[in-house]
Design a binder for this molecule. Structure first.
Ligand code: NDP
Length: 313
């Protein structure tokens, strides 16, 4: 039986409606959560991502502000921008769109964000909160992975979970969230021996690698839930054929655009997995939904008792 396809777009929409309801209730108490997005220079991909984030804010009723320092902005100029946002009460969340220009000390800039406003969850203080199970802000993409599993009623507690990828923004926090949800977790990376055998142990397999279609059917235990975080653009027609030969819908898009998006999981995995997130339309939409969720959460944590008691956020 082919895998159940986990519809990330639908789950993200549910979360966005819940967030919109929270924002409405907060408005009744005279509070409007605010997000500032700092976009340095003109990176076309970053501009698209930021546009999506600002639009999502409008949809759920969050106040948003886009700051656009030039490519030439120095580390100290960016630190001054963040310092100003840290001080402003109207701003609950600060997001620095990555990558920053090469001459900028990215770590220093990210470290300067007030941990209470760090809606990306990258600050070491929030990393520590996550690993010690204290309330804090959790990175959006891994938080989205957990939402997909939980809202699809995929059991986590006591299950074997394997995360391929150990980056600070996806792999490690995803592993930590799975540990906190009582899974038995193995984290793999480029030095892992016999990766297919390790992956085959997984009831839940999370792929966050950045390699198109690397996870083939021989990495997957029949019936496993496979969460594909990867987002890779395929432009080479031969490579396209290797993954999508016979898929007429994809062929049409590829012909029109000259590229298509593929995850880290090979499409053939749908024949063995029990459940699978598609790319696009799987984990991707959750990232922005969780950013909205985090902005409201930051507003609640910062403003404490002034916020009406409404939900688990
Ligand atoms: P990184 O490049 O930071 O990390 C990749 C990880 O994969 C590393 O830990 C690396 O190991 C591991 N890896 C690379 N090659 C292999 C291999 N052959 N075998 C085993 N492990 C390997 O990537 P990110 O974590 O930032 O992103 C991962 C993917 O997720 C990318 O495709 C990215 O585009 C996507 N992404 C999607 C998001 C979304 O919204 N859906 C958001 C963020 C990312 P090592 O540490 O040893 O180098």
């Amino acid at each position: 039986m082919p895998a159940l396809i986990l519809d990330g777009t639908k789950i993200a929409q549910q979360i966005r409606s819940e967030v919109a309801a929270e924002v409405k209730a907060m408005a009744a108490a005279g509070i409007r959560p605010g997000l500032a997005v700092v976009l340095v220079g003109h990176n076309p991909a970053s501009e698209i991502y930021v546009r999506g984030k600002v639009k999502a804010c409008e949809e759920v009723g969050i106040y948003s502000e886009k700051l656009t320092p030039p490519d030439s902005a120095s580390t100290s100029e960016l630190l001054a921008v963040i310092d100003d946002l840290n001080r402003r009460d109207q701003i609950d969340g600060i997001l620095v769109q990555l990558p920053l220009p090469r001459h900028v000390d990215s770590k220093k800039v990210l470290l300067s964000v007030d941990p209470a406003k760090d809606v990306d969850g990258f600050h070491p203080m929030n990393v520590g909160f996550l690993s010690t199970q204290r309330p804090g802000l959790v990175p959006c993409t891994p938080a989205g992975v957990l939402e997909i599993l939980q809202r699809s009623n995929i059991p986590i507690s006591g299950r074997e979970a394997v995360v391929v990828g150990r980056s600070d923004i996806v792999g490690k926090p995803a592993a930590m969230l799975l540990i906190n949800a009582n899974a038995t977790v193995t984290v793999c990376h480029s030095k892992t021996h016999d990766l297919p055998a390790v992956c085959r142990r997984a009831d839940i397999l999370v792929a966050a690698i950045g390699r198109a279609g690397m996870i083939t059917r021989d990495f997957v235990k029949p019936g496993a839930a496979v969460i594909d975080v990867g987002m890779n653009s395929v432009t080479n027609p031969a490579e396209f054929q290797r993954f999508f030969a016979g898929n007429t819908k994809r062929e049409e898009t590829f012909r029109k655009r000259g590229s298509t998006l593929i995850g880290d999981v090979h499409p053939e995995v749908a024949q063995v997995a029990g459940a699978l997130t598609p790319v696009p339309g799987g984990v991707g939409p959750l990232t922005i939904a969780m950013l909205m969720f985090n902005t409201v959460k930051a507003a609640k944590m910062r403003r404490g008792s002034r916020v009406p008691e409404l939900s688990r956020a």
